[in-house]
Write a protein that binds this ligand. Sequence first.
Ligand code: AMP
Length: 324
Amino acid sequence: MKRILTGIKPSGKVQLGNYFGMIKEVVALQDKYEVFLMIADLHAQTVPYQPQELKFWTYELASSLLALGIDPKKTILFRQSDVPAHLYLYWILGCLSYFGELQLMHEFKEQAERYKKQGVGVGIFMYPVLQAADVLIYNADLVPVGQDQVQHLELTRELARRFNKRFGRIFKIPEIYLKEETAKIMSLDDPSKKMSKSLPEGCLEIFAEEKEIRDKIKKAVTDSGQEIKYDPQNKPGISNLMIIYKYLTNKTLVEIEQEFSGLGYGDFKEKIIEAFFDYFRTSREKKKKIKKEKVEKILNQGAKKANKVAEENLKRILKIVGLR
Ligand code: AMP
């Protein structure tokens, strides 16, 4: 059975981009693949954070994933920091990485700009290497991610090739699993940026209060003109809303254009709100019933399974690089 590894940072509530970019795919893939789904708590440390909040968001994220359809009988759901082998391989791969190539990462450039006053952390600079270790320590075949992570995955593939060439063939070269159309949900208040927990105004959190969701959709940036027409170049706001509506309703863009022909942006937004609650109703109810103890048990079981695979691979790696 082919193996999948993917992760998500516990830095806030799950948002629509996480869901359509990654979680939905993993829910579909867990029937056919062996899935390792990691709560990337070490990655969450790359930007300023509060220790108590990190703990809180870890449980919050795990319960959200369960409510959204991740099945712990099929998927190994675990906390990254519970598997020390990731960090061991991170160091080894870091010694194979070049300063120049890490400097080229878009996410690093973005974060470096954002934190330039406070000082840019080395964690942000190195985190694509940790991400490579996350994937390679399980020898994953496939990594489902959103478009924003493709560059990091290209680096993972490159580091795997470099390691194999230098020390001997240990790693599979993982494939990037990307669904083109679902791959990038843009911010509701600035459709030139991706929807992200770090831009809260334009971020639609799946388990937020009903009023907040309604308000954010109503306030979503639209474009000049009145037509509901898919045109990402000239109408990025409406086009992003159409993509969201498309995935909430399973309708095609042409069907959506027809449905709203002659109607205004206000009508369209009302329908998006309705579709959002229809789509996520069951998950929102399910989440309220998930207890912390249950989440803890699932994460502990996941950690055991993940450690077993990661430690076995680490043994082979330590041997081949000359540490054992
Ligand atoms: P993060 O929240 O940054 O840990 O991302 C977790 C997963 O969600 C990754 O696979 C990302 O590619 C995906 N993702 C995050 N934001 C978006 C977005 N706006 N559109 C599509 N996918 C996203």
